[in-house]
Design a protein around this ligand. Structure first.
Ligand code: GAP
Length: 513
């Protein structure tokens, strides 16, 4: 199936089965804002639990926080967001469509990379086992040409971005002959900066209202609470603070479903370390976070690191964990070595000392920070892409299945009486009433058993139990596995212990230690 079709199918699947709805749909929607339905909210909560438990429960030196969305406006001045949280935008004069200039150039870089990879793949197929990739890269004229163009563009782009040279950014777009995908023309405006923060007013105008911002990241709530947490938890460096919460950005180009939203959710952890040790911790957190992703079992080849060409003003190292979406490898998580920038800025702007006294060194310093920052919505999307399967069964029928890891699945067990009479629904309700205390279950007595299995496959339920007439005699049910479709007869007394282990978060978390 073409990747574009997969994408479209998943978007409509999300709507049909109650995972994601466009926001304000009965009023024709609101661009780049989405609501999570009855299945979506369960999956989202499970993703958040997987992250939270892996951070806060598995690390004795990481604690949680829930700071407010509204914060003092000076925080955003100190953090640099008021002056520098901008995207460079450019308009096509013919289509009147607006684009991020940096994204246009990055897409062009990706095109060169794609061309190189295609040449290599073609040659590897042609020469088989005798293929020497390194030599081919050095000698093949087409590869050499693409690499030269790629490297020159990367260098020029890096320079333009690092020096904030908007004219040069436009020149690159012109020189690379990048066209608007809608109009097909190169009739571009100048590049301008656009601040992404939403603002509102707090207090009545008579009292003099204060302009405040909806936070564009949860991180600053952690930095400004650093002292509160460190003192009250008696944490010693190195230690971390984790937080999950909403963030808001007035994205210029909001597209690709829940990939780029104007209201979204982040799971961020700031890990405070001794200055000079930050690269060691950066490396450790890169490994830890990649392991967390790969632990879901979608295959290591679905992930890659992408080191930043251009470092943000606060960082001395940064990388993204990218997931292979149908529209290419895309960022799901950022890992940044933010130095002492944020704490130092808040010290400066608030006038309060945020130093840490290190008893081992007998010295005070402003801690350095390693940040791991992942978008809940992008994680959600990557799980849907990885788990969406269409299968043709042996009997010629087809099924759509979400092969979501059991611990993250919205519903863990479906309880299905074979028919709606003869005491089977009552027996099924008995099972529901035992199981519902342990995990999320769904009772369904409508339609044929086959149709009910299909419905559960489509929402990713890993197990179904069927209660039939025999159950009333031998206290046994048929347990059906979503992935293999195998069925086995088991005693109801053993049901909980058989399923609980497979669907519990513990089973996922244990692999991380
Ligand atoms: N505190 C650092 C920070 O916010 P970021 O790279 O701008 O870094 C971190 O964002 C993560 O938040 C991204 O990797 C992505 O998963 C998610 N994210 C950022 N903007 C988003 C948007 N508009 N829609 C959905 N998720 C977004």
């Amino acid at each position: 199936m073409a990747q574009e079709d997969v994408f479209k199918k998943i978007v409509s699947h999300c709507k049909e089965y109650g995972f994601v709805f466009p926001s304000s749909e009965i009023y024709d929607g609101l661009a780049a804002v989405y609501d999570y339905g009855q299945m979506g909210v369960e999956l989202k909560n499970n993703i958040k639990k997987y992250w939270w438990d892996s951070m806060v429960r598995l690390h004795e030196n990481i604690v949680g926080l829930d700071s407010s969305i509204f914060m003092h406006p000076t925080i955003w001045k100190a953090s640099g967001h008021v002056d520098a949280f901008n995207d460079p935008l450019i308009d096509n004069k013919d289509s009147k469509k607006r684009y991020r200039a940096d994204v246009l150039v990055e897409d062009q870089i990706a095109k060169y990379e794609d061309k190189i990879e295609k040449e290599i793949a073609k040659a590897a197929k042609k020469f088989g086992d005798t293929f020497d990739e390194a030599k081919y890269r050095e000698t093949n004229p087409r590869v050499i040409e693409h690499v030269a163009k790629h490297d020159a563009l990367v260098e020029r782009y890096k320079k333009a971005m690092n020096s904030n040279d908007l004219n040069e950014l436009r020149e690159i777009i012109v020189d690379e002959e990048i066209v608007c995908p809608i109009s097909g023309t190169r009739n571009w405006t100048d590049v301008r900066q656009f601040n992404l923060m939403f603002s509102t007013e707090m207090g009545s105008t008579a009292d003099g209202a204060m302009k405040i911002y909806l936070r564009p990241e949860t991180a600053q709530g952690i930095f400004v609470n650093y002292l509160n947490v460190q003192k009250t938890s008696r944490m010693k460096i190195p230690f971390g603070i984790a937080q999950i919460g909403k963030a808001f950005r007035n994205e210029i180009v909001a597209r690709q479903f829940i990939f780029r939203m104007r209201e979204f959710e982040q799971m961020e952890m700031q890990f405070f370390v001794r200055p000079g040790t930050e690269m060691e911790w950066f490396k450790k957190w890169k490994e830890t976070r990649m392991k967390w992703h790969q632990n879901l079992g979608f295959g290591a080849d679905h992930y890659r690191f992408h080191d930043h060409e251009k470092l943000a003003h606060y960082a001395n190292a940064a990388t993204d964990i990218e997931y292979k979406m149908p529209f290419g490898f895309k960022e799901v998580e950022g890992i940044h070595s933010r130095t002492d920038f944020d704490l130092s800025q808040h010290e400066k702007f608030s006038g309060k000392s945020i130093k840490y006294f290190d008893p081992e060194l007998n010295a005070s310093y402003t801690p350095y920070d390693i940040e791991t920052s992942i978008g809940v919505d992008r994680m959600f999307l990557s799980i849907l892409f990885a788990s969406y399967k269409e299968e043709t069964l042996e009997n010629g029928e087809s099924r759509v299945m979400l092969k979501i890891p059991a611990a993250l699945a919205p519903v863990k067990l479906a309880v299905l009486p074979l028919i709606k009479k003869d005491g089977l629904p009552e027996k099924a309700q008995e099972i529901m009433n035992t199981m519902r205390f342990h995990f999320n279950c769904q009772y369904d007595e409508k339609d044929s058993i086959g149709k009910r299995y299909r419905r559960q496959d489509a929402i990713g339920t890993p197990y179904c139990v069927t209660i039939d007439h025999q159950t009333l005699e031998d206290n046994a049910v048929t347990l059906r596995n979503r992935d293999t479709m195998e069925q086995e007869r088991i005693n109801i007394d053993n049901l909980l212990s058989i399923i609980e282990d497979k669907v519990s978060m513990t089973s996922l978390l244990k692999n991380l230690i």
